[in-house]
Design a protein around this ligand. Sequence first.
Ligand SMILES: Cc1cc2nc3c(=O)[nH]c(=O)nc-3n(C[C@H](O)[C@H](O)[C@H](O)COP(=O)(O)O)c2cc1C
Length: 208
Amino acid sequence: MPSPAGPIVVGMEKKSKLVIIVGSVREGRFGPVVASWVAEQARTHGGFEVEVVDLAGIDIPLALPAQSPKYAGEAYPRPAGMAPLTSALAGADAFLVVTPEYNHSYPASLKAAVDWHFTQWTAKPVGFVSYGGAAGGRHAVLHLENVLTELHAVTIRDGLAFPNYFTAWQDGRPLDPEAAGYAKTLLDQLAWWADALRAARAAVPYPA
Ligand SMILES: Cc1cc2nc3c(=O)[nH]c(=O)nc-3n(C[C@H](O)[C@H](O)[C@H](O)COP(=O)(O)O)c2cc1C
């Protein structure tokens, strides 16, 4: 029996669940190469239970229902083919969004996936892994940070950006020997937020 005056230890019986989202659905896309390497880094890190969700396999219509997902809750009428995405988002404690840059922003597939949901993102941390030309997808990430803040998600400052990915990757891996170290820093921060916000959500409902 612990002493009433002893320290309060908040134990995490289960690892936080990390959902890695493959944001591009384009024919011939590079996204799955990046996501696969990121998933390997996350599994090696060991702080998470890892799931990869590829938007290319999900039914995500552009036409939304009349009401907002923010207020509709479970009753929001999503297509049956969206269920794997919705349940992955709902069960996640943290996200890593893998995104390319299209016309200085992120792909429409990712925006549609975000807009079909709301509460599934709330009070959860989101990290970013981007790739593209000279800017390494940074324009896409800046826009995503702005959008996800609206859903009360917590975006992580340190991200991974891969400029000129077409010369910076070989055989499914980045050539930069520092990349795995940068990924570990991001994953350490994401795990800290995931555990902290999971405990907070369990203790007190988020006042959204
Ligand atoms: C419609 C479109 C717009 C693009 N615009 C940009 C851009 O603004 N900046 C950039 O760095 N790369 C841009 N690119 C190049 C992409 O970064 C590159 O094609 C990358 O492979 C896209 O990721 P994906 O293969 O996973 O779809 C664009 C590509 C497409 C298809």
